[in-house]
Design a protein around this ligand. Structure first.
Ligand code: SF4
Ligand code: FES
Length: 368
């Protein structure tokens, strides 16, 4: 007789779900999805030991379990708190959580520069999103922010420690994915900093994945940084037959025209590297930094981007004309759709292309 798998019930924001024992509140919330899911700046499901550093995932536990239904006295980090049978959790429905989260954002921004307009991560920065979703308008901090010099860590990665929020994700990548960890967090408190050990370069095959896990613009791709704004590029899913052991060969190419500006691992809806066949889809440095010709890849199609992301703006698979209703209500008179002005305009000369006129157009340009 097969052993019955026991599940436990947890209710998050009034939605009840059955989960396996050992599931964290954050994982259970991700199974529900949507706004029920707390934000996470340091937890990364593919990195063992991550979480518990940033406190952005705080939630209120209104009832600990069926056996002990007392509320937990303080807000808890949902990424590090396991669910109990009958637990009742409040995230969006909590009166305390929004204020606490705004406080966490204020703390994260104490030292983080507010320079999104000139930061390479703008448009895909989790801290930028967190600030917009949960932050307050101002800060009460009156002291100078700590600053660091930019540091090259290896031939492909630049560290701008000024932007680091000390989430530790990159050190877990170095520990768990690469075979030679030479960087970590040195010093404590306000002096804590990511640093390579005696400025050694990180030069192993999977170091580029640190860029993908960094939630802010602290670790950037030297082959891409400041070459383009991410929302001007077009992300395409592509794969190649990569021979590097451990590389999944499935990536996102960030194109402008036919030019590949950047290669990254594919991300899931939580901003984490996607899994393939149950394994995280990490990519090697050869795919990421040295394979920037479209001919080296098999293009699968446009990457699906959340409609809330600025990156998705102006990315269309096909032009879909709106359903025609005007003709019907105008008794058969053809509407003049502005979508293709050359073919419908009765004013402009259809042979004149405005983009090719030298300077502003005037009436003489349209004389036959
Ligand atoms: S460099 Fe990025 S990934 Fe590493 S600890 Fe700082 S914020 Fe986290
Ligand atoms: S995501 Fe839970 S503490 Fe950072």
């Amino acid at each position: 007789m097969s052993e019955e798998i026991k599940t436990i019930k947890v209710t998050i924001d009034n939605i009840t779900i059955d989960v396996a024992p050992g599931t964290s509140i954050l994982q259970a919330a991700r199974m529900i999805g949507g706004d029920v899911t707390p934000p996470a700046m340091c937890y990364y499901s593919k990195l063992e030991g991550s979480g518990g550093k940033c406190r952005t995932c705080l939630v209120e536990v209104a009832a600990g379990s069926t056996a002990d239904p007392r509320p937990m006295p303080k807000l808890v980090a949902s990424c590090r708190t396991g669910v109990m049978d009958g637990m009742i959790v409040k995230n969006m429905t909590s009166e305390k959580v929004p204020d606490a989260r705004a406080g966490v954002v204020e703390f994260l921004l104490l030292n983080h520069p507010l320079d999104c307009p000139i930061c390479d991560q703008a448009g895909e920065c989790h801290l930028q999103d967190l600030g917009y979703d949960h932050g307050k308008e101002g800060t009460r901090y009156q002291f100078a922010r700590r600053t660091f010099k930019k540091e090259d860590i290896g031939p492909y990665i630049q560290l701008h420690m000024t932007r680091c929020i000390l989430c530790y994700r990159c050190t877990y990548v170095a520990d768990q994915i690469t075979n030679k960890r030479v960087h970590g967090i040195v010093d404590r408190g306000d002096h804590a900093a990511i640093s390579t050990y005696i400025s050694k370069a990180i030069d192993n095959d999977f170091s580029g994945n640190m860029i993908d896990v960094c939630p802010v613009g602290a670790l950037t791709d030297k082959t891409f940084r400041f070459k383009n704004r991410v929302w001007f590029t077009k992300p395409m899913d592509a794969h190649r037959n990569c021979q590097t052991p451990g590389c999944c060969g499935k990536a996102t190419l960030w194109l402008r025209g036919d030019e590949v500006f950047r290669v990254t691992a594919r991300k899931d809806e939580w901003g984490e590297v996607q899994s393939f066949d149950g394994k995280p889809g990490w990519i090697c440095n050869t795919c990421r930094f040295e394979t920037k010709q479209t001919s080296s890849w098999t293009i699968e199609g446009l990457t699906t981007i959340s409609r809330h992301s600025v990156i998705g703006a102006n990315k269309y698979q096909t032009l879909e004309m709106p359903k025609e209703t005007v003709k019907k209500v105008m008794n058969g008179v053809e509407p003049k759709l502005l979508m293709d002005i050359h073919s419908v305009s009765g004013v402009n000369n259809p042979d004149i292309h405005l983009s090719e006129i030298n300077g502003p157009a005037n009436s003489s340009d349209f004389k036959k």
